[in-house]
Design a protein around this ligand. Structure first.
Ligand SMILES: [Cu+2]
Length: 316
C-alpha cells in the first residue's frame, strides 16, 4: 500500500538511495500536512469559542502557560532533529561513492551531455549505458556555463560547474531506461539537454563494450563521420536535413556561399569546413551566435576531422 502511495507522488525508485530519500520526503510532507490541519482546526475552534460575546466583555489577563510553552518548544525541536539526522545521513550517503565504484566522466556542454568511459575509450552523448547493481561514480565538469545533472528515478541531482569538478554516484537496482536532464536553465536549447540512462544486465553490458570498441581505423570515412557527428554532440546544434537550429544545417552547406558576420563571403569548400570545426570562432556565419565549442581541434584526430568533412560534403 505504502509503495503505491509513494509512486503516486514520485517517479519509480530505481536506485539504492531512492527509498531513503522518499521516506524523508514523505515524513516531512505528512507531518507538515498533519500540523497544517491541527493549526487550522485550532484557529477555527478558538475563533468560535473565544469570539466577543458582549459589548463590555473584558479579556482575562494570562501572562503565560509553562506547560504549553515547553510543549511547543520541545516537540518541534525533536521533529527538526529527526529531519536533520535523517537528512544528514542521506546527504553523506549520496555524496560518498563506494570505493569499488566504476567511474565515468561526464561533461556538460551547451546543450548536450558527454559520457566518457576512461578505461574503455568510449564516448557517448545521447545515452549512458551502465550495468545494474553496480555503483557508478560520475566525475563531472562543464565546458561552459553551469548545468545540473538530474536523474529523477535515481533521486540524484548535482550541479555541473565550469572550472571545477563535482561528483555524484548511483547504483541502479533494476534493468530499464531512465531519463536524465539538465536542471539548470542554461540557454536556448536547455530543454533539449537530456539523455537516456540505459541500465542493462552484466552480460548485455559486456556486449555493449565489445560493440562500442569497433575498430574506427577500419571504418569508411563517411560512416566514421556520421558516428563522430553523433558522438561529439554536433547534432544538438546542427541538423542534417535543412532544419535551422542553434547553428546552420549541414545539408547543402558544401560549396555554398557563406556570408560571415564581418560582411565578407566565403565558399564552403573542404578547407572552410575543416576551419569551421577546428577554429569555429575565427569565421562566424552571419545570423548565428558565436558559441560553437572550441575544443574540437584538440579533441578530434585528423582522421576524425577528415571523416566529418567527408560526411558533411555528402549531405547535399
Ligand atoms: Cu544545461
Amino acid at each position: 500500500m505504502f509503495e503505491r502511495f509513494a509512486e503516486f507522488f514520485l517517479p519509480p525508485q530505481r536506485s539504492t538511495v531512492a527509498a531513503e530519500v522518499d521516506g524523508l520526503f514523505h515524513f516531512i510532507h505528512i507531518s507538515g500536512f498533519i500540523l497544517f490541519i491541527g493549526i487550522v482546526a485550532t484557529i477555527v475552534y478558538f475563533a468560535i469559542k473565544y469570539r466577543r460575546k458582549s459589548e463590555d466583555e473584558i479579556t482575562p489577563v494570562i501572562s503565560h502557560n509553562t506547560r504549553l510553552e515547553i510543549a511547543w518548544s520541545v516537540i518541534p525541536t525533536i521533529m527538526i532533529l529527526i529531519v536533520f539526522s535523517w537528512g544528514f545521513r542521506g546527504f553523506l550517503n549520496v555524496n560518498t561513492a563506494p570505493s569499488d565504484a566504476f567511474e565515468i566522466n561526464v561533461t556538460g556542454v551547451s546543450w548536450f551531455w558527454e559520457f566518457e568511459y576512461p578505461d574503455d575509450g568510449i564516448m557517448l552523448t545521447d545515452e549512458l549505458v551502465v550495468p545494474v547493481n553496480q555503483p557508478i561514480k560520475l566525475n563531472m565538469r562543464s565546458e561552459d556555463v553551469i548545468h545540473s545533472f538530474f536523474v529523477p528515478d535515481f533521486r540524484i541531482k548535482k550541479d555541473v560547474l565550469p572550472g571545477r569538478n563535482t561528483t555524484t554516484w548511483f547504483e541502479a537496482t533494476e534493468v530499464g531506461e531512465s531519463i536524465m536532464f539538465c536542471a539548470e536553465y542554461c540557454g536556448t536549447e536547455h530543454s533539449a539537454m537530456d539523455a537516456t540512462i540505459r541500465v542493462v544486465s552484466e552480460e548485455e553490458y559486456e556486449e555493449f563494450l565489445e560493440e562500442e570498441a569497433v575498430d574506427i581505423e577500419d571504418m569508411p570515412l563517411a560512416e566514421l563521420g556520421e558516428l563522430t557527428f553523433q558522438q561529439q554532440g554536433c547534432q544538438s546544434c546542427h541538423s542534417v536535413d535543412g532544419t535551422d537550429m542553434v547553428g546552420p544545417s549541414m545539408q547543402g552547406l558544401y560549396q555554398s556561399e557563406r556570408e560571415l558576420d564581418d560582411g565578407s563571403t566565403v565558399t564552403a569548400d573542404e578547407d572552410y569546413l575543416r576551419r569551421s570545426i577546428v577554429d569555429p570562432r575565427a569565421e562566424v556565419t552571419a545570423g548565428y551566435p558565436n558559441n560553437m565549442p572550441t575544443f574540437y581541434g584538440d579533441r578530434l584526430s585528423d582522421r576524425e576531422i577528415d571523416a566529418l568533412v567527408t560526411y558533411i560534403k555528402e549531405l547535399q
